[in-house]
Design a protein around this ligand. Structure first.
Ligand SMILES: Nc1nc2c(c(=O)[nH]1)N[C@@H](CN(C=O)c1ccc(C(=O)N[C@@H](CCC(=O)O)C(=O)O)cc1)CN2
Length: 284
């Protein structure tokens, strides 16, 4: 078997195309959406993601507001940038690019974001809404995983999904999203305390790997015909490497690779969240 590619790049282009008319309608009403970003430090990956996010927005008429701070920025500097974006009417949604440099308290930073402008869905209020199955912005990568599977008609209702990694941006909120009544999957969340990760992966109809360990998931750990989504991105000397070994394509039915799979979907869901928050703010 050679897996069908879950093509995040093509799906991102389709998402931007669909959002364009909604941005035009907001602009015509004098409510042009504006994406704000807070970027601290010199991490090349973070710089490239933020640049890509603003490029996506520019393609469909969303304004950009950047707050780039040096690596030695203090907690007070970051909080000042957040307060400015909270107060800026041109900024309808924004993110703080993670990870922040060591020494900065990312929990306190996320908590300071106005929940109505939280384009990443990572404010405790919005994570609480997800727990309570109430409407609100959803974290971008988990939303991107579910949206990519939906667009390729990979069934989730009743499916066994194993997620590798329990981080705050991917694994933990993805577990919540997949178990919403509207999605209805059965989720196993694996982490460093899991006794037999390979057995948990082999039992799954859908595997999402978000451990950040290159090549961790090998073909023998995958049930033939399962769908596999690679979310782990490690930047090495030879470019980007995912958590999923290339041979997995020989046993999986669908594969979201690195690059070109879930990464672009993260960006697509961010732009979607920005448009949705601009629409909510326009309604008052
Ligand atoms: N505030 C946030 N910080 C981080 C998040 C997040 O959702 N919110 N997620 C990741 C990084 N991330 C978004 O910020 C992200 C990761 C990957 C991609 C992407 O398009 N990847 C491409 C490859 C890009 C390249 O060549 O470098 C792909 O996989 O094809 C976009 C965004 C951590 N931080």
């Amino acid at each position: 078997m050679t897996a069908t590619k879950l093509d995040g790049k093509a799906t991102l282009a389709a998402i931007l195309d669909d959002l364009k008319t909604r941005v035009e309608a907001l602009t015509a009403a004098g409510r042009t959406p504006g994406l704000g970003t807070v970027l601290v430090g010199d991490d090349p990956g973070s710089h490239s993601y933020v640049k890509a996010k603003h490029n996506d927005c520019a393609k469909i008429g969303i304004e950009s507001i950047r707050r780039d701070l040096p690596a030695d920025a203090t907690q007070a500097d970051v909080e000042r940038a957040i307060d400015e974006l909270n107060a800026d009417p041109a900024c309808t949604g924004y993110i703080v690019q993670l990870p922040l440099p060591k020494g900065l308290d990312s929990g306190a930073v996320l908590e300071r974001i106005d929940p109505a402008k939280d384009a990443d869905g990572l404010h405790p209020t919005n994570l609480g809404r997800l727990v309570l199955q109430e409407p609100g912005p959803l974290p971008c990568t988990p939303r991107g995983v579910v949206e990519l599977l939906r667009r390729y008609d990979v069934p989730l209702n009743g499916a066994k999904v194993t997620v590798l990694g329990r981080g705050v941006t991917v694994g933990r909120p993805l577990g919540l999203l997949l178990t919403l009544r509207s999605v209805n999957a059965t989720v196993t969340l694996c982490h460093t305390g899991t006794k037999d990760v390979a057995a948990e992966l082999r039992a799954a109809d859908v595997v999402v790997a978000a451990a950040g360990v290159p090549g961790l998931v090998t073909a023998d750990m995958i049930k033939p015909g399962a769908a596999v989504l690679d979310v782990g991105i490690t930047r090495g000397e030879n470019g980007l490497v995912g958590d999923v070994a290339p041979e997995v394509a020989e046993v999986a039915s669908y594969l979201a690779p690195v690059p070109g799979g879930v990464g672009p979907m993260t960006r697509g869901m961010l732009v979607t969240n920005v448009v949705e928050s601009a629409e909510r703010l326009a309604q008052g």
